[in-house]
Ligand binder design. Structure first.
Ligand SMILES: [Zn+2]
Ligand SMILES: [Zn+2]
Length: 453
């Protein structure tokens, strides 16, 4: 098997992996790097320029896996894009939103190449989407050669799949992004058990283990207690969330806590793409039963849309819980604007519920607020005194590193390839795997280099 990681800057970036198994040319995911702008945010497709792709697989609809798919399908209009039913519903919506964001960035940053694709490219991409059910095997043939494809539930987010290829009795598995914990909206991952030939493993959380005694359930409890405390002291609570998955998960957590009497019935304000995703989740529940999210819950909680006409520094005109994207408080997003109104007032509180990249405003605020008493909102040209409480809860959508290591061991894979992680995260896995499984091949592929596995 030959493998090239097309994610040009390494780390998490623009995920896309090319593999050649027998005579089959396969592409797994094609994302956009959320930290880069313009062409630099794309995978580098140069190594596969003269190659005909036989199959494309989309593991899930986060943009770091999906964001450049329409560029690939414009190039390969006959190649099927294999994915799960929820992704067929979610992907076009996420891509359309991405076009709108790129159009806005074109104005703001003067990036001439934006948008990188058009609505008609999304239409073309959608035509190529081919639904495959979890656990069902499909066989693809090319001349006398054949390959079997199976998708497995990966937890993480609605529709997320791990991909298994079986070629001449060799099993090759791409984990995709994985969560072994059950979520309120989604059951646990069920990755294939061994023996495998090759495992391509995500390493997102490799740099840091979970603190002892902390579980997902205990973190959810702590979050609810903190929201209750903020509301009780007459403040508003901002929870920055990803539009896809995390927002719906938080709606359910809040809904259940209100019904249990652990949270007061205060107003909930939400906005943006996440609300559209809620409607899609409801549709997916009705069609597939693969997720547990009933949109009537939002009506019962009387969720209101956020009025974003607020002035930095002046407290939010309406009290309550603000559940808005982006999860890392990226500039120009609702969570960024709301934080600029919320932070200067001591009865308010900010609750992060996932990882924040240190280069994003969310990450900078988390990194600095112990020492500094102000935070500069660059895009608003506003220096905010930090008086609100700031807390972080570990409701990550990714498996703990110990769990992934255990899984890798169980599979007895002959070769393990590391992906989807910062360098320190990959290094941890490499060291651990070499120590525990000395006879296995462990590869941390350099971008754009070809590896024979
Ligand atoms: Zn993801
Ligand atoms: Zn990802």
């Amino acid at each position: 098997m030959k493998l090239i990681d097309l994610n040009r800057h390494g780390e998490i970036g623009a995920n896309s992996m090319f593999v050649q198994i027998g005579s089959f040319n396969l592409l797994i995911d094609s994302g956009l790097n959320p930290k880069k702008l313009g062409y630099d945010a794309l995978p580098d497709f140069e190594p596969i320029e003269n190659i005909d792709l036989d199959l494309i697989v989309l593991t899930h609809c986060h943009l770091d896996h999906l964001g450049s798919m329409p560029i690939v399908t414009a190039q390969y209009p006959k190649t099927p894009v294999i994915t799960t039913a929820p992704n067929v519903t979610l992907a076009p919506r996420m891509l359309r939103n991405s076009i709108n964001v790129m159009k806005r960035q074109r104005e703001e940053h003067g990036i001439a190449e934006y948008p990188l694709f058009l609505h008609r490219d999304v239409v073309q991409f959608s035509k190529q989407l081919t639904i495959q059910r979890f656990g069902r095997s499909e066989i693809y043939t090319k001349g006398s050669d054949q390959i079997e494809v199976i998708l497995h539930p990966a937890g993480h987010v609605a529709g997320a799949a791990a991909v298994e290829f079986i070629y001449k009795h060799r099993r090759i598995v791409f984990s995709g992004d994985v969560l072994f914990d059950a979520q309120r909206t989604l059951p646990t991952a069920q990755l294939p058990s061994g023996p495998l030939d090759t495992l391509i493993l995500e390493t997102t959380r490799g740099a840091k283990g979970r603190e002892p005694g902390k579980t997902r359930a205990s973190e959810v409890d702590q979050l609810i207690e903190q929201i209750a405390a903020i509301l009780e002291r007459g403040g508003s609570c901002l929870i920055p969330v990803f539009a896809l998955g995390r927002m719906q998960e938080l709606f359910k957590i809040i809904y259940e806590a209100r019904n249990d009497g652990r949270l007061p019935k205060s107003p909930i304000h939400a906005a943006g793409l996440g609300m559209a995703v809620c409607e899609h989740f409801d549709k997916i529940r009705k069609q597939t039963n693969l997720i547990d999210f009933d949109i009537r819950m939002l009506e019962k909680m009387n969720v209101r849309s956020v009025d974003l006409n607020m002035r930095p520094g002046r407290d939010l005109p309406r009290k309550g819980i603000y559940l808005v994207s982006s999860g890392m408080m990226v500039e120009h997003t609702p969570s960024y604007k709301i934080a600029a109104s919320l932070l200067p007032h001591s009865n308010n509180g900010l609750c992060f519920v996932g990882y924040c990249d240190p280069d994003t405003p969310g990450g900078q605020l988390l990194g600095s607020h112990d020492e500094e008493t102000t935070f500069f909102f660059d895009a608003l040209d506003y220096n905010a005194p930090v008086r609100a409480s700031i807390d972080q809860f570990d409701l990550s959508g990714h498996a703990d590193r110990g769990e992934l290591l255990e899984y890798a061991e169980q599979t007895e894979a002959r070769a393990i390839i590391l992906t989807h992680g910062d360098q320190d995260a990959r290094d941890w896995f490499q060291t651990q795997l070499r120590e525990r499984l000395p006879n296995r091949k462990v590869i941390d592929p350099k971008p754009l280099l070809e590896y024979e596995v």
